[in-house]
Design a protein around this ligand. Structure first.
Ligand code: ZN
Length: 366
């Protein structure tokens, strides 16, 4: 085993396992650490073990898990731009699953997971919206149609399902149909993400057992006891910046208020922006992170929200000075502006890896 290729079997025995030392590292549950020897594999980064060969690369800077935006619409944005903007993975929350299936595993794009089509009532939101392309919406006419609608998304590769609870914008799913969609998703072992809009809909989603909300609730200030109960069972995708973008609206104030109490009660906050909906920066959105800081998340909390999903071989590299445990959200935002998505092959194709601060350590032993 030579040339920095690491691993002697099992999951690491791919051509793309690379040993390296880095100046600093951040890891979920472990926080910040100093100089570390790692192995980059198809499964991601791991700490080097005794049996691994000595690394022959040194990456000047910090590595951390791949960053994920858990709410995007790839039909409405340039997926390659999202990757260039620092995203290793994205969750598409409403699009034609046949189109999305073709994007998965494409080099140069983020890793893609998807819900497939929005499941909504006949004529319900967003079936009437010009931005919803053909195949992006399934109108579910009654509980007996729910099984086939869910099955179609799962057969097309959906990792989770997306339902719409938005009665103010047209016909809505009745409780029986909504329940049948949830039951069928459960039978497939798929979580369900809900678009929740309008008074009473957050409570309805919670009582039905929805796993994840596509947006931190923004229609009404939720009572503390409901927020506390939701924090025990649900994950909330943030999407704070989409309420007005650079000119925040009342909805953003409501969403930040709800999210502040949800996070304080121990709820799982997931970074997501609704890419494709309005003028969002392609990639990591500084305004989203700063709004999450307003909701009380620390820099460490922001990194946890950004690393909600394992991203396979892809990881994040930030050249230059490391950040530390005392960093503020503002510090983190400035630092992440230098972030790049890497895979092990990027490290082995020197010097084509332009922009990487790589060194070959001087060997003290042959
Ligand atoms: Zn959306």
């Amino acid at each position: 085993m030579t040339g920095g290729r690491a691993g002697s079997g099992g999951a690491d025995s791919t051509a793309s396992a690379v040993g390296l030392t880095v100046d600093a590292r951040w890891e979920r549950g472990e926080g910040w650490s100093g100089p570390t020897t790692l192995v980059a594999t198809a499964r991601g980064l791991r700490t080097a073990r005794g049996a691994d060969p000595a690394p022959d690369l040194r990456l000047r800077g910090t590595v951390l898990p791949g960053l994920t935006d858990a709410h995007v619409h790839l039909a409405l944005v340039d997926p390659a731009a999202l990757r260039r903007g620092g995203l290793a993975a994205v969750d598409d929350l409403g699009g034609d699953p046949r189109v999305l299936a073709r994007l998965t595993g494409t080099p140069g794009l983020p890793a893609v997971r998807y819900a497939g089509a929005f499941l909504t009532a006949p004529g319900g939101y967003p079936s009437d919206r010009s931005w919803a392309p053909p195949g992006a919406v399934e109108e579910v006419a009654g509980p007996e149609r729910s099984v086939a609608a869910v099955d179609r998304q799962v057969a097309a590769g959906a990792s989770f399902l997306k339902v719409v609870l938005h009665p103010g914008a047209g016909p809505e799913l009745d409780d029986e149909t909504f329940g049948a969609i949830l039951a069928r998703a459960r039978a497939h072992g798929r979580p369900v993400v809900a678009h929740v809009e309008g008074e009473g809909q957050a409570r309805r989603a919670h009582e039905a057992g929805i796993d994840r909300l596509a947006h931190a609730p923004f229609s009404e200030r939720l009572p503390d006891d409901l927020v506390g109960a939701m924090a025990r069972t649900q994950q909330w995708i943030s999407t704070l910046d989409v309420h007005g973008w650079a000119s925040p609206t009342r909805e953003q104030d409501v969403a930040i208020d709800n999210l502040t109490r949800f996070a304080a009660a121990g709820g799982t906050v997931v970074y997501g922006t609704d890419q494709g909906n309005g003028p969002l920066p392609a990639g990591i959105d500084p305004r989203e992170l700063l709004a999450l800081g307003d909701a009380g998340l620390t820099a460490d909390g922001l990194l946890r929200a950004l690393t909600s999903t394992p991203t396979g071989a892809a990881f994040t590299y930030v050249p230059g000075e490391a950040l530390g445990p005392d960093a503020s959200p503002e510090d983190l935002v400035a630092w992440l502006a230098r972030a790049t998505v890497l895979v092990p092959d990027d490290l082995t194709h020197r010097p084509g890896s332009a922009g990487l601060a790589l060194e070959t350590p001087r060997r003290t032993h042959p």
